[in-house]
Design a protein around this ligand. Structure first.
Ligand code: SF4
Length: 352
């Protein structure tokens, strides 16, 4: 198959196929990913979300990467569930600086019956401000999922983190099966899914492939696929892990783009550790979503104005709300295809 041929949306990826994608020469992989990207998206638009921690720390789960786990001593200031009004003020600020989606994260194993009414009020209030809403609250039962959908929640974030085989090395307080069950409830309730993983936890390339296979072989691809680079926090068991090779990180973004051509691939946690050149390469590999704002849950996120300055230098514009995949303007796609055909860079890569 030529690198520019259209790739159908598939749900039957095998490990051998995904390994072969990872093993391609870097330029060939990036060319293929960028070609797929241009078939579905305006290549110069990036979706921008803001993330707010609405309940911080003391989480009963033992995710080895997470400073919010109550199992590790990271010196994190714990905070109870925020007041609804404060959340709405933060959402209004996020909208004012250009975010189109507001993600609210709570460090829970699962939401309690006592907390649900507040959470539902947050969803309704943020929605009224004209923002897309996203939440990450841990495991959900069917009733809670339905209530969130009825309140107007657009996205539910529930990461698979890594491959099923490697999962037990990272988390022992829940199972992969439980994660998949919550994702199934979210789909049944008609909400969109945000689900991805983390690189740099000591996993193998096959584990990275295994994670992407789990996501891409779901009955529907997650609309949003965050690919995180481990942020090593002192006090967590993964604080001394080896750095991920930046090119391996970019490769994973590119493979995710090829396997889930219509999903937003999000350059997520760890962006603070990436220089501008690496971020530009990530956009080239098909990443088209970022978190924006001062904090990414509890770890620093590059300043919003720095992001906008980089966008300007790269000729990237923030994506308008709901302007994605099937809804993206046809004219923009056509323009992108013309640019792709005419681009010297692509000509060179294709001839290599
Ligand atoms: S990643 Fe989420 S579930 Fe795991 S410890 Fe952190 S807050 Fe809890």
């Amino acid at each position: 198959m030529s690198a520019t041929a259209a790739i159908a949306t598939r749900h039957d990826w095998s490990l051998a196929e995904v390994r072969a994608l990872f093993e391609q020469p870097f330029n060939d992989l990036l060319f293929q990913a960028q070609s797929v990207h241009r078939q579905h998206f305006d290549p110069n638009r990036v979706q921008v979300s803001t993330l707010l921690s609405i309940k911080t720390g003391a989480c009963p789960e033992d995710c080895k990467y997470c400073p919010q786990s109550g199992h590790y001593n990271t010196g994190l200031d714990k905070e109870k569930l925020m007041e609804v009004q404060k959340v709405l003020e933060a959402a209004a600020e996020a909208k004012a600086i250009g975010s189109t989606r507001f993600c609210m994260g709570a460090a829970w194993k699962h939401p309690s019956a006592k907390d649900m009414p507040y959470v539902l009020e947050m969803v309704k209030g943020v929605k009224k401000l004209g923002l897309e809403t996203c939440m990450t609250l841990g495991r959900l039962d069917q009733e809670q999922t339905q209530a969130l959908a009825e309140a107007g929640l657009d996205y539910y974030n529930h990461n698979l983190d890594t491959s099923p085989e490697f999962y037990g090395n990272i988390i022992t307080t829940r199972t992969y099966g439980e994660r998949l069950q919550t994702l199934a409830y979210v789909r049944e309730a008609g909400m969109k899914i945000c689900s991805g993983g983390i690189l740099g936890m000591g996993e193998s390339v096959d584990d990275r492939a295994g994670l992407l296979i789990q996501l891409a072989n779901l009955p529907e691809h997650p609309e949003s696929v965050p690919i995180n680079m481990l942020v090593k926090v002192k006090g967590t068991p993964l604080a001394e892990e080896k750095d991920v090779d930046p090119f391996d990180f970019i490769r994973t973004l590119a493979v995710a783009r090829i396997m889930m051509p219509k999903s937003h691939v999000r350059l997520s946690a760890g962006r603070e550790q990436m220089n501008e050149q690496m971020q530009a390469l990530a956009f080239m590999a098909g990443a088209n979503s970022i978190f924006y704002g001062e904090k990414l849950l509890t770890t620093a996120n590059p300043q919003a104005d720095k992001d906008m300055a980089l966008f300007k230098r790269l000729g990237i514009k923030p994506e308008e709300r709901e302007e994605h995949a099937d809804e993206v303007h046809q004219a923009a796609i056509e323009q992108a295809l013309v640019e792709q055909r005419d681009s010297k860079l692509f000509y060179n890569a294709a001839s290599a």
